[in-house]
Write a protein that binds this ligand. Structure first.
Ligand code: HEM
Length: 411
């Protein structure tokens, strides 16, 4: 193998700019690469995987492929306590994940099901009474975060404010640089958000009669056999992580709602078999992966799909492309509800970092479809006549920016 420091030549025939959202989410380009050079170098120091097997292998192999720093701009290093779970490696990653997992099991998701249905109905009823609105801003964006906030134990009255601040944080310079012009870290750049979360942490410290017994309480009071704890600073970051991570579910909801409003056959299929609502969530996660790709860094010289890869190279793991791999899925470019035991899509990632929110997400997607069908029983929901589908302005996220609709009673 050549020296790790030797820059590898870019594959000119397949070159594109991975930091340009349009090029990075160009599915036709990815299909061509998948057919002709499934593991290639589209830019200096970047190795792209487009097939299912190669992409899943990188996700599964956290020993060779590190998650550290891949959210951040080159050269930016943030303290561990300011790191999201998805940007930590072992040994810390599995220790923290084990604590958080207790709150994100299938049965925990089922337990918040009735609350979720109430929230879905309340938000849809508001839209119906107003005669419509933007189904992204007024439904899909706030809903998943409030369910995650509820799961953590954050009081309902704080949800809208905390989520608005998380949304602001995600769209600020904090994710890439760890700071904004206001200051360093979450506390320096978003003092109000840090203050609101810290107060919730403080209420749970020490336990005792009045301390809420919820997931955040568990995170705050957890100690292992050696006395290790997550710590207040890191718990604050992880709360932001859980709330901000929920926004991916917003784009999944947007993708499903867009299909429901534009494809009469989809609505008929959902009505024909109630189990199709859950199938539709997974098929949407496959075909319209809301997180289109993720990055890793090679820790050592290795290979992917027979292509040599060198320590320090960044791996662009293309989830959306892997999910359309024709070697794995029949009729891969079509939305099909009749797939029989399809291989697990990579929409939630796979391996040690697989999405913590996957059960919650499947549940909120299913409930949202069921309740939208109930609204459609008595109402027409129509996209604005001048509507044009536009992808959210974010490097990795895939889904509609807006869904302006009118809602009218059926005559
Ligand atoms: C459609 C909805 C969602 C999508 C597409 C999505 C996608 C993903 C993906 C692809 C990963 C893997 C990251 C990696 O391998 O580096 C991940 C991890 C994660 N997700 Fe989600 N997610 C969704 C919903 C949620 C929700 C609702 C929550 C909040 C409860 C959440 C919290 C997390 C967290 C904390 C991780 C890090 C897990 C770890 O590194 O161990 N996600 N998500």
């Amino acid at each position: 193998m050549s020296s790790p420091r030797t820059p590898q030549p870019v594959d000119e025939a397949f070159a594109f700019d991975p930091t340009d959202p349009r090029q990075a989410k160009d599915f036709e380009r990815m299909a061509k690469i998948r057919r002709e050079k499934p593991v290639c170098r589209p830019a200096p120091n970047v190795v792209l995987t487009t097939r299912y097997e190669d992409t899943a292998r990188v996700f599964r192999d956290s020993k060779r492929f590190s998650s550290v720093g891949d959210m951040r701009a080159p050269g930016v290093v943030v303290p561990t306590e300011e790191s999201f779970l998805g940007e930590l490696d072992a040994p810390l990653h599995p220790k923290i994940r084990r604590v958080l997992l207790k709150g994100f099991t299938r049965s925990q998701a089922a337990a918040v099901g009735p609350w979720t249905r109430g929230e879905v109905k309340r938000r849809l009823a508001g839209l119906v009474s107003r005669g419509g609105g933007d189904l992204m801003n007024e439904f899909s964006i706030p809903l998943p975060g409030s369910i995650s906030a509820h799961s953590l134990g954050i009081p309902d009255a704080l949800h809208d404010r905390v989520m608005a601040l998380c949304d602001e944080l995600l769209h600020s310079t904090w994710p890439t640089t760890g700071r904004t012009e206001r200051g360093e870290g979450i506390a320096g750049s978003f003092p109000e958000l840090a203050g609101l979360i810290d107060e919730q942490i403080r209420l749970r410290e020490g336990g005792g009669g009045d301390a809420p017994d919820d997931l955040l309480g568990l995170m705050v009071r957890f100690r292992d056999e050696e006395g290790w704890e997550i710590g207040a600073h890191h718990n604050r970051t992880l709360v932001v992580n859980i709330l901000a991570g929920s926004l991916s579910a917003s784009y999944m909801l947007g993708n499903l709602i867009y299909r429901l409003l534009t494809d009469a056959g989809f609505e008929r299929a959902l009505r024909a078999d109630p189990a199709n609502c859950l199938r539709a969530v997974d098929e949407s996660m496959r075909l319209e992966a809301p997180v289109a790709f993720l990055m890793r860094t090679a820790r050592e010289d290795t290979e992917i799909g027979g292509v040599p890869v060198y320590a320090g190279e960044h791996i662009m793991c293309h989830i959306a492309s892997a999910n359309r791999d024709e070697l794995v899925y029949d009729d891969a470019d079509s939305f099909r509800l009749d797939r029989v035991d399809p291989p697990e899509h990579l929409g939630f990632g796979i391996g040690p970092h697989i999405c913590l929110g996957n059960h919650l997400t499947r549940q909120v997607g299913t409930i949202a479809l069921e309740e939208l069908l109930a609204v459609l029983d008595g109402h027409r929901i129509e996209l604005a006549p001048d509507f044009e589908w536009e992808c959210v302005n974010h490097l990795q996220e895939y889904g509609p920016e807006h869904l302006p609709v009118s809602i009218t009673k059926r005559g």
